[in-house]
Every structure is written in C-alpha cells, then in structure tokens.
Design a protein around this ligand. Structure first.
Ligand code: PMP
Length: 421
C-alpha cells in the first residue's frame, strides 16, 4: 500500500525543541555553497523539504503512479486514496468542518485567483468595494485589479502605521455597506506582521462582507483554525510548509463554495456533458478541480503536514520566534542598519536596509559566504514604496535554523557591509 497520509501524528510535540533532530530530516542542509556550509534564511520564499516528503515522489512514481478518481484498477485506487487522504489531513490541519471544503490548487496565487474569478466575477459590480491592505503580496492585489478593470468595482486599501501594523481605526472607517469582501494576509511576507484576522473577520461580517485570508506565511508557523477565525476563504501554499512546489489549498465555507460557479472547465469537474442539454457540474470540491491535478505533489503535501504536526506547528513557531528575537537583537548592533516592520506581533521575518549599501549587493556578497537571504521588493511593491524604499534584505526563519546560524549570518553581514561601504 502507498504511504497513508491520515495516520496519527507522532507524539514529538511535548519534548523540548530538538533542532539538531529536525535538521537531520533535511538533506539539503548538508550541502555547501561556495565552499561554505549553507545557511538558508530564505524560508518565506520557499522552505526546504524533509526527506520524508522527498521520498513520497520516488515511492509514488515507483509503485502507484496512476490517474485518480476514474480508474477501476489497483494503482488508481491507491493513488486516489492517498490523494484524498491529503484532503482529510488538510481538513484537520485547518480545522475545517468538512474535507469537501478543501480545494487543491497550484498554490496561494491560484487559490486567490479562483475566488476572484468564481466568486468575484459572479458577485462584484460597479458600486461594490473590496478592501485589501497595504501589506498584501501582489498575488492578493493584481487578481482583484484585473477583475476591477472589467467589472468597475472599487479596491480600497487599509493603511499601515510606521511599524508596519494595520491601522485598525482606518479599517473600521473603510468598512461600509458597499464592502463586499475583505482580503488580507494572515502574516506579511515582507515585514512579518501578524494581522488580527479573527477580529477583522468579525468586523467584516458585521457589515455583511466576506473575509478572505491569505495564509501563505501563517500556515507554516502557527496553528490555523479557520472556524475560530471565521474565515470565508483561507489559502496557503505547499512549498512554504515543507511541501513541494505546484500545490496549494483553498478552504471555503461550504455554502459559498456550493453557490459559486466553476472557474475552469474540463475533465473531473462535471457530472454529465452533452451537446444537446448542456453540462452539469460535479459537487464540491471536484467542481473546482478541472483536469488531472498534481497528484504526487498533493500526496507529498499531506506528508509535509504530517511532518509539521510531528514537530508541532506551535513548537516550530515558538522556536522561530526565539530566532527572530536573537536576530533582531544582533542586527540592531549593526551600524546604519534599519529594520522595516517592527509591529508588536511578528512571525520570523526580518526585513532591513543598510545605509550606504544596496540590498542587491548585500544579497550577492553574502551568498558568497554561504548565506541565502532574499533581496528585492518581495512582491510587495506598494508596501515598500510606502516606506520609501525599492528593496530590502530579508532573512526569514524556519524549523531547522539555529541560533548559531543567526550569529554566523550577522557576522557575514558585518563582513559584507565592510566590503561595500
Ligand atoms: N501571499 C503571501 C503572503 C506570500 O508570501 C506568497 C509567496 N511569497 C504568496 C501569497 C504567493 O504564494 P505562491 O507563489 O506560492 O502562490
């Protein structure tokens, strides 16, 4: 039988955090870059993959590669069971009411586009308003802009304060009877700000608006409970949660998903197709999953979530917070360095600029010392422009990073700044 993804998580969560044991699971952490041990601090872009997840691919393609849902043979049954097993695991991971509320997509971007093209296209017209925030990733801005250009609804932007926290007074003022949907990220990828999405959802609902939460940066770091948040939609990506690229999830409230029209047509999403009497569509979730999905990736996502649960997402989040505090303290000693994003509630993301040194140069030179950080606009150009910069350096932490790596990163940063100034 293929690996079953709905088995009970291992009971590793109550033990003290054992980062050495966590690192053992990641083959890539043993490699060198430019002759130096790799220090990987680009986790907000993509986290590394544990061997248990990597093994899913060789197991799947060696033993039970088959198309799902439509086969009557053993391999198809096994692949279908493993694929649907992930749906049940995601349901538990998000605390969704029902596994049918879990729709597989290519990632957060596609999940948001699904909502825009299905719910948005069927619901929004001139006079309506969608609220997004200054903290959004382009994937929660551009899809709305594309549809707004066609349909004539208005996009309004919740501002941030100087620390990079959402201005909740402004949010309350922006909400009104025209507001149809509020779409914000749970955690900002550029600054690490954790947004009060539960409070925001309650306020949105008081105005009859829906709440979409982009959870790309939250799912890897904190417990997500879509029922407690009362999110109408929640999206996340596999490759940021120790899973593979090419797969992500859209959660939606059942009644909403059932009422929404399909957004892509093709195989798998129909009940019956006829030239004479038209086509009827499958029930959720299949209505939104046209074509052959990323089967191995979905199965591997289930394995990744199982891996996260075996450590405990809260333990991971607490460890990353320690790393963030240590790093924040250490970089504060660097002359001319300014941290962008100093909100009281932050996940493990450290964005900064350095006087007299271009972020791009820092990124390239620090790579020569084996340290992978990200430089650029982090797909959040409006936010960076609001803070008067085009680019920042960003170090972001994951379950396998160590305090020693943080020290080595800061030492490397000091060396690099010495070179470019
Ligand atoms: N939203 C946020 C907050 C993100 O950090 C990212 C990825 N950087 C995305 C959306 C888009 O995710 P993906 O590229 O996996 O679709």
């Amino acid at each position: 039988m293929p690996h079953t993804v709905i088995e009970k998580p291992l009971a590793r969560s109550s033990a003290p955090y054992d980062v050495a044991a966590v690192r053992e699971d990641f083959p890539v952490l043993r490699r060198e870059v430019h002759g130096k041990p790799l220090i990987y601090l680009d986790n907000a872009a993509t986290s590394q993959t544990p061997r248990q997840v990597i093994e899913v691919f060789s197991d799947y393609y060696s033993r039970y590669n088959a198309n799902i849902h439509r086969g009557l043979h053993t391999l198809a049954d096994e692949a279908t069971a493993a694929f649907e097993g992930t749906r049940h695991r995601v349901k538990a991971f998000l605390n969704a009411e029902d596994a049918r509320q879990v729709i597989f997509t290519r990632g957060t971007t596609e999940a948001i586009n699904l909502v825009v093209q299905s719910w948005g296209r069927s619901q929004l017209a001139a006079g309506d308003e969608v609220l997004i925030s200054m903290l959004e990733h382009h994937s929660n801005i551009v899809p709305w802009q594309l549809l707004a250009a066609e349909r004539g609804f208005t996009i309004k932007v919740i501002p941030v304060d100087e620390q990079g926290a959402l201005d909740m007074v402004a949010y309350r003022e922006l909400l009104g009877e025209r507001t149809r949907l509020v779409a914000v990220n749970h955690v900002s990828n550029a600054f690490g700000t954790i947004n009060p999405v539960k409070e925001m959802a309650a306020l949105a609902h008081q105005h009859g608006a829906l709440m979409l939460v982009d959870g790309a940066q939250a799912a890897p770091h904190q417990l997500v409970d879509v029922q407690a948040i009362d999110a109408d939609f929640y999206a996340f990506s596999g490759h940021k949660v120790y899973g593979p690229t090419g797969v992500g999830v859209l959660y939606g409230k059942q009644a909403l998903l059932e009422a929404m029209p399909p957004w892509q047509g093709g195989g798998e999403m129909i009940k019956a197709v006829s030239f004479d009497s038209g086509t009827t569509f499958a029930d959720i979730p299949h209505k939104f999953e046209a074509g052959t999905p990323a089967i191995a990736e979905v199965i591997a996502l289930g394995r990744a979530l199982e891996w996260v649960e075996s450590i405990g997402v809260e333990s991971i989040g607490a460890w990353e917070h320690r790393l963030l505090e240590h790093a924040t303290q250490a970089v504060s000693q660097v002359e001319g360095l300014r941290i962008l994003g100093t909100a009281p509630h932050k996940a493990g993301v450290l964005s900064f600029i350095v006087d007299g040194a271009h972020s791009q140069d820092i990124g390239l030179l620090i790579d020569q010392l084996g340290v992978a950080i990200r430089t650029g606009h982090h797909c959040a150009q409006p936010l960076l422009h609001h803070f008067g910069v085009d680019a920042t350096c960003r170090a972001s932490f994951a379950a396998y990073n160590t305090l020693e790596e943080v020290d080595a990163f800061v030492a490397a940063l000091n060396r690099v700044i010495g070179m470019v100034r």
